[in-house]
Design a binder for this molecule. Structure first.
Ligand code: F1X
Ligand code: MN
Length: 442
């Protein structure tokens, strides 16, 4: 039996009363929209300064559209077609028509799959900006992403110093087969995992800064890693290096900007220092998404801020990382698939080129909760369903999910594990306090 509350293999989550999906659509999404509306109002003079009078007027139009969108959502209206000219509009609109056919009625905010309506909200916000002439690249979440990083600076600085010391040690003496390799590997992997606690959509845009020292924090959190395939991941990387020396490509499908992104960059740096990985392709979102998801601008912003910092360790890291981009050891990849309504099981059919590109890497790391929901189709799986089964055929290369649980989908647990945690921690699936380092291999 693969499914928890239903035997139907297509039981994706609909926001029914009492569900986490319902609370998100009812309480969290309208707040996020209100914040966009407030920001546009607050920034109206800045917008006028940068984009002129036309931009200012267009800002008002977007504000009006976001208010309408909030109203449609709160009154459970049918979803509407997109109107902009972006290349994915046809795909989104076809998807809506197909859903209408399949459901034999128009999808509405509280009567369609949660994953779909939640993604749709972010896509509709972008559509409002796309319909302007000046504000197409305006990111309404930019301020909150930047402020969240600024308030995590102490933790980032601590970790930045830690990575530089580690690099120095590695360059001086460490033998590749030394047990310390595993210790470093594990530490950076776990800091990147817990970096995923810092997203701004679960908190409806409220600042969630990392205050604690990440290195000390991970010791406390050890027992909260429900599946820990760290050794498997290391083996995969060793094998990949054996098969393709100095040609190992890691695809890193990013999640949040700010502190989480910083921990991801540190992880990748260590993987390269340990000579486990040669090339890294970072996949960013092609538009503002789920409040805090990283776009190319966010990626470049963090490098710039570190470079301009008064702290030498930040400057050094920025320099190393900018060089990696210049040398193409790192690339930033923009792909529209991540902001489409689809889960990943249909990627091969819907976007064979991206599937092929991912297949060419030796490992793919998927960061975060939303990626996990899309990996597993956001279905009501039985907790003990093998992770691989829940991927429903999506396996372009070995996959590692690094995710803190912030939505009620999880697979690959041992018998009784979920039920036993639930007794002591009723919110275990949505609190972000539990994590996974979970592998599936072809
Ligand atoms: O992908 P992320 O950044 O880890 O989390 C995104 C997220 O906060 O958004 C949804 C709630 O709106 C949840 O599914 C999930 O927890
Ligand atoms: Mn996110």
């Amino acid at each position: 039996m693969q499914l928890r509350s239903s035997n139907v293999a297509t039981a994706s989550k609909v926001p029914t009363l009492q569900s986490f999906a319902y609370k998100t659509v009812k309480d969290r999404l309208p707040v996020i929209l209100t914040k966009v509306i407030d920001l546009l109002f607050r920034e109206r003079n800045n917008i006028a300064n940068i984009y002129g009078e036309v931009g200012k007027e267009e800002g008002k139009e977007v504000t009006g559209k976001c208010s309408m969108l909030r109203n449609e959502m709160q009154t459970n209206k049918p979803l509407k077609l997109l109107e902009g000219k972006r290349s994915d509009v046809i795909i989104w609109n076809d998807y809506l028509r197909k859903q209408t056919e399949e459901m034999k009625k128009e999808p509405r905010w509280f009567e369609a799959a949660w994953l779909y309506v939640e993604c749709y909200m972010y896509r509709r916000i972008q559509d409002a900006f796309d319909l302007t002439s000046k504000l197409q690249d305006f990111d309404p979440f930019k301020n909150s992403k930047e402020m969240a990083f600024q308030s995590s600076l102490d933790a980032a600085l601590y970790f930045g110093k830690h990575i530089l010391t580690t690099i120095e040690q590695l360059q001086q003496k460490l033998h590749k087969d030394s047990p310390e390799v595993f210790e470093h590997f594990q530490l950076f992997l776990q800091v990147s995992l817990w970096g995923n606690k810092c997203d701004l959509s679960i908190s409806a845009g409220q600042n969630v800064a990392q205050k604690e020292s990440p290195v000390e924090q991970i010791h406390k959190l050890q027992d909260q890693i429900l599946v820990n395939d760290t050794r498997k991941l290391l083996e995969i990387l060793h094998q990949a290096n054996h098969d393709n020396p100095n040609k190992v490509t890691l695809s890193l499908v990013l999640d949040n900007a700010g502190f989480e992104l910083f921990t991801d960059l540190c992880l990748v740096e260590i993987l390269q220092q340990l000579e486990l990985v040669t090339f890294v392709n970072f996949y960013v979102k092609d538009m503002p998404w789920y409040v805090s998801d990283a776009t190319e601008q966010d990626f470049l912003w963090i490098l710039e801020v570190l470079g301009k910092s008064e702290h030498q360790s930040f400057q050094e890291l920025s320099k190393i990382w900018i060089e990696k981009l210049q040398q193409k050891l790192w690339t930033i990849e923009k792909e529209k698939y991540w902001t489409l309504p689809f889960d990943y099981s249909v990627m091969e059919e819907m976007d064979p080129a991206l599937y092929a590109k991912l297949s060419a890497s030796q490992v793919i790391i998927f960061k975060g909760d939303l990626n996990y929901r899309k990996l597993t189709g956001d279905r009501q799986w039985d907790f003990e369903t093998p992770f691989q089964t829940s991927l429903q055929g999506f396996l372009p290369a070995p996959i590692c999910a690094l995710r803190t649980l912030k939505a009620d989908t999880v697979t690959g647990l041992s018998p009784g594990q979920g039920e036993s945690i639930a007794k002591s921690f009723p919110d275990w699936m949505i609190s972000g306090d539990f994590g996974l380092i979970q592998i599936a291999t072809p």
